[in-house]
Design a protein around this ligand. Structure first.
Ligand code: EPZ
Length: 408
């Protein structure tokens, strides 16, 4: 499927279930490599291209992968495991670099292709390597591959905070190495996101000893080995947030189920400012009401508990229809504005200044051909198409399949 044709103006109604979290689950597949006895089964998984890519990588490494049902995966890594994650797979999705820490911890060596950049900016891994070196690994980059070796990882104190704040990927990678290191590891400047907390919970269920999940300091007591477990992944707060924006942009009211409302505070607070109201109906059910008027917002993305960068493009799409001036400032990926020229093609008035974009809200967007460039920009263009008059053709919509299960 290469494009969506979106006819604007429809009201949305009814009920939709939120899928399992892509970003919580991606490092969890890598954690399967750490289990030397018993299989790891993950449930509430989204059926996404990125998930299939990760499972393809695990299978390549020697992990036995099966699907007990459409939204669960069982991974048995008790057999022999290869030490190399090849370019052909890693280039498809940068999160595959998450196998580096587990391979190093399990085998004492790992060769993982350097992940490429992507449309939202260069995606460095220097903090990943800094953390593994702190645990005593010899790390080098040879012919586009990260090569890491350590007879025995030794617990250490380190600070993984980068220039743009904590790193979710580096925290996950180093955490999954430290769980099998000798002694105590303290990671300061750790990521605080709910998805990182979910990973800590999974690893502890597998026999790890991690304290401080959800704070900026993780303390890990190394253990000899980890075992499999049956674990249900948290729901996807970014998919839920995207659907909540859909309510606002189409002036609709509907219900989300399996919604992680308690892990969405910064998203829900900003939607409330913008005129989209969420009511917790209990048991994962949330009534979303976007039938009132929309209001302009000032939004600066920041590491958790700040407003997540993954919800910037979607909120901008809605703000194009909010009377007044909205300002978006991007501090995590300063170039994450590929959706701006495409929204302008739909008639929006947006001006870029440095790592900010100023939106002049208006009454109506008009359909056009637009091009998706990255996952969340694609979602923003589909959302804008829902509100634009006539037809919007969203090209290169395959980006969506990486992060949304059946958005249509
Ligand atoms: C995760 O990517 C998410 N992906 C991204 O979601 C999300 O945008 C990002 O976190 C920021 O919240 C997954 O969880 C699979 P980081 P990650 O390491 O881990 C800099 C989506 O749309 N940095 O937390 O790669 C980096 O450049 C995707 O679902 C370094 O400088 O992000 C960025 O500015 C897109 N050195 C900041 O830290 C490093 O070694 C945060 O990056 C690593 C990162």
């Amino acid at each position: 499927m290469d494009k969506f044709v979106v006819r604007g103006g429809a009201r949305l109604a009814g009920e939709v279930a939120v899928s399992g979290s892509k970003n919580a689950s991606l490092p969890m597949y890598a954690a399967a490599i750490l289990a030397t006895e018993g299989a790891l089964t993950l449930r509430n998984l989204p059926r996404l291209v990125d998930v299939f890519t990760m499972l393809e990588l695990l299978a390549h490494l020697g992990v036995e992968v099966s699907w007990p049902d459409d939204h669960a995966a069982t991974m048995n890594a008790a057999g022999s495991i290869k030490d190399t994650a090849p370019y052909e797979i890693v280039r498809k999705m940068r999160a595959s670099v998450n196998v580096l820490g587990p391979l190093l911890a399990r085998l004492g060596r790992a060769r993982v292709s350097l992940p490429g950049g992507c449309a939202i900016g260069t995606r460095p891994v220097d903090l990943h390597l800094k953390g593994l070196e702190a645990l005593g690994a010899e790390v080098s980059v040879e012919h586009g591959y990260i090569v890491a070796e350590a007879k025995q990882l030794i617990g250490a104190r380190m600070n993984l905070r980068g220039p743009n704040g904590p790193s979710r990927g580096a925290t996950a990678n180093v955490l999954m190495a430290a769980v099998l290191a000798k002694g105590t590891t303290v990671i300061e400047g750790a990521a605080l996101e709910p998805e990182t907390v979910d990973l800590c919970n999974l690893l502890n269920a597998m026999g790890a000893r991690i304290e401080g999940g959800g704070t900026s300091t993780l303390t890990i007591e190394g253990v000899a080995s980890l075992h499999g477990v049956d674990y249900s992944v948290m729901s996807d707060s970014i998919e839920a947030g995207t659907l909540m924006v859909a309510a606002g942009i189409t002036h609709s009211r509907f219900t989300l189920t399996n919604c992680p409302l308690g892990m969405m505070k910064p998203i829900v607070a900003k939607l409330d400012e913008a005129g989209v109201y969420c009511t917790d109906k209990g048991d994962g059910r949330v009534l979303v009401d976007g039938t009132g008027g929309l209001y302009p917002v000032e939004l600066t993305t920041a590491p958790w508990p700040g407003y997540p960068t993954d919800m910037q493009a979607q909120m901008m799409a809605m703000s194009t229809l909010a009377p007044g001036i909205s300002v978006f400032t991007e501090t995590i990926y300063p170039d994450r504005f590929m959706h701006v020229p495409e929204l302008v093609r739909l008639g929006a008035t947006i001006h870029r200044t440095g790592n900010s974009a100023v939106v002049h809200g208006m009454s109506q967007l008009s359909g056009a051909h637009v091009m998706a460039t990255d996952l969340r920009a694609s979602a923003a263009l589909v959302l804008a198409g829902l509100a634009a008059a006539d037809e919007t053709h969203v090209h290169r919509v395959y980006h969506l399949d990486r992060g949304y299960e059946g958005l249509e």
